[in-house]
Design a protein around this ligand. Sequence first.
Ligand code: 5GP
Ligand code: MN
Length: 336
Amino acid sequence: MLSLSELKDLLATPQKIVITTHHKPDGDAMGSSLGLYAYLIQKGHHVKVITPTDYPYFLHWMPNNSDVIIYTDNKADSEKFVAEASMIFCLDFNTLSRINELGELIRAADAYKLMIDHHLEPEDFDDYRHWNINACAAAQLVYDFIVNELEDGESMNKDIATCLYTGIMTDSGSFRFPSATSEVYRIGANLIDLGAEHWRIHQLVYDNATENRLRFLGHCLTNKLELMREFNTAIITVTAEELAHYKIVTGDTEGIVNYALSINGIKLAAFIIERTDKVKLSLRSTGDFPANEICKKYFNGGGHRNAAGGASEHSLEDTIAMFKAILPEYRTQLLS
Ligand code: 5GP
Ligand code: MN
């Protein structure tokens, strides 16, 4: 383990640092990673952000995005950077299985491993942990890490603020989930004071869709939405053929599940999608309903109570049937 004073001593001289985040990074994954990146390069460290896979086009505008290395596109360089690193920051995930092949590389690496995360049940692979499940975003914890743990608030700049604001905004549903406490609003205000243009960030993330995405969304809502009122549940399912027809790319399906949850009385929403290698499930719930429990118990996944995901090795049809067959077990909670 690494103590805070040992960590501060390490960071006092230039280090070779890798920052990584979860599979198919979202706004918080990229916001926390590029926010920490902007901080560490400013302090003179040699830093690489390595993502396990590609990520949505509506995050490509972020400061220093062009420095990001995508592991699947550049395995040799990624492996070299991981092997040479003295420190590896793991942001917005807490089990190495969430970063695919990169996970075992990182497990085997000599570097100190530092976890900054807000998911339940962390795996014990790290040497330093800044972890709080009550945080609305990993980006909130990066802010806390820099300002309160490293006591280096004066090094905050516009790029850092822009990235961290993006992470907090996306993971808190634009500051509307219960996790968006008054403290989160205060951090948001500080980030705006530091130069984050909140209106512009919102526009770049949410008003930046491709035409295909909007037409695909229309198709999902008109033709693919199934209501199971007897369980207060709504399901949207999508075949690989439909994804190809609408030329869907990474990011285009983001947030579609929320439309299903927006229906009056719906407590649980599922978006079930046939990817090339597996069937992926995205669940969202309201109130106390534990979407993550279903993902963990039945779909080899997990997440937060109200936003969780998992996968299935079965066909799309069988996965849909499995999901529907689980609902009676949760009937009381779904109808309460
Ligand atoms: P999404 O539905 O947007 O893919 O994921 C929502 C949340 O569920 C993520 O923030 C993450 O916490 C969790 N999640 C999604 N997919 C998986 C998965 O395959 N495994 C685990 N453990 N968590 C997942
Ligand atoms: Mn997050």
